[in-house]
Design a protein around this ligand. Structure first.
Ligand code: CP
Ligand code: NVA
Length: 301
């Protein structure tokens, strides 16, 4: 039984294989007649649509389930939910507030669990990010991937994914929102190098990719005004892009808070790849689902 709660749940070879599957035309319909349960405790545009369409493209039936219908840990335990869903669906994918809930679901060991974003990680996003870097620059050619802003779920998965593929990264965050030692250990264990700074220009200097995400993630809305203050020197604007490599690209997982973490000018510039990146969510979701079903089938579960 394999799960995908963070990018390093895959080996390097498996990560490369998932990225290859993501661009393969005419993948076998491995989900023929099967269901994929999609649970969202928070809103979603890209993740829900890309997962639903990837499921359909593999011959399966996506089922969107509102959290209040399941009542995870109120109506019944997370473990019981998974053991019941395993009778109807081949994969359970969930967007949750608390990453521990996903770990408990995986520990029930009844069906493959996929993380659609938690407070800690956003590995499905990182797959699309790596696919975009491969298409736009080449994973073997890319130099530094710079991340500016909150060292959050999106940063964590991106940094781990890059590190696994030997890609150098940098991260510039304000004090209090920088990577923890535990984060850095996990990124470095994956094999790569990471430059940590509180100076965005230092992080972006010579970078091939400049990446940012919102300063206030879902669930942190009550910290918004304080965060706006602390993060204000971390906006990715044209002047900051000016210190990156001349051929650099701009990336963002979206949704963007224009005028906060990125200016209109940068997100609308020819360097911006945010829409191909968003579209890649469907292709990488297809790759991941193909792989996880292959693993389940090949191991006779
Ligand atoms: N990038 C991302 O996960 O977008 P949604 O929150 O719209 O799914
Ligand atoms: N860091 C953001 C990502 C949204 C896709 C959040 O967790 O809300």
């Amino acid at each position: 039984m394999r799960h995908f709660l963070e990018v390093d749940d895959l080996t390097v070879e498996e990560l490369q294989h998932v990225l290859e599957l993501s661009i393969k035309p005419d993948l076998p319909k491995v989900l023929d007649g099967q269901g994929v349960a999609l649970i969202f405790e928070k809103p979603s545009g890209r993740t829900r649509n890309s997962m639903e369409m990837a499921t359909v493209q593999l011959g399966g039936h996506p089922m969107y389930i509102k959290p209040e219908e399941l009542g995870i840990d109120s109506r019944e335990t997370a473990e019981d939910v998974v053991r019941v869903m395993a009778g109807y669906h081949s994969v359970l994918a969930a967007r949750v507030f608390d990453h521990d809930r996903l770990e408990r679901m995986a520990a029930a060991d009844a069906m493959p669990i996929v993380n659609l974003l938690s407070d800690r990680a956003h590995p499905m996003q990182a797959l699309a990010d790596l696919l975009t870097i491969e298409q736009e620059i080449g994973l073997s050619r890319v130099g530094k991937v710079a991340y500016v802003g909150d060292a959050n779920n999106v940063w964590r998965s991106l940094a781990i994914g890059c590190s696994m593929l030997g890609i150098e990264t940098s991260v510039a965050s304000p004090a209090g929102h920088e990577p923890t030692d535990l984060d850095l250990d996990r990124v470095l264990t994956s094999g790569g190098s990471v430059q940590v700074t509180d100076n965005p220009r230092e992080a972006v200097e010579g970078a091939d990719v400049v990446y940012t995400d919102v300063w206030t993630s879902m669930g942190q809305e009550n910290e918004r005004s304080e965060r706006l203050d602390v993060f204000s020197p971390f906006t990715v604007d044209a002047s900051l892009m000016g210190v990156a490599s001349a051929s650099s690209i701009f990336m963002h997982c979206l949704p963007a808070h224009r005028g906060e973490e990125v200016t209109d000018e940068v997100i609308e510039s020819p360097q911006s790849r945010v829409f191909p990146q968003a579209h890649n969510r469907m292709h990488s979701a297809r790759g991941l689902l193909s792989w996880i079903i292959g693993e389940t089938t090949n191991h006779g579960q």
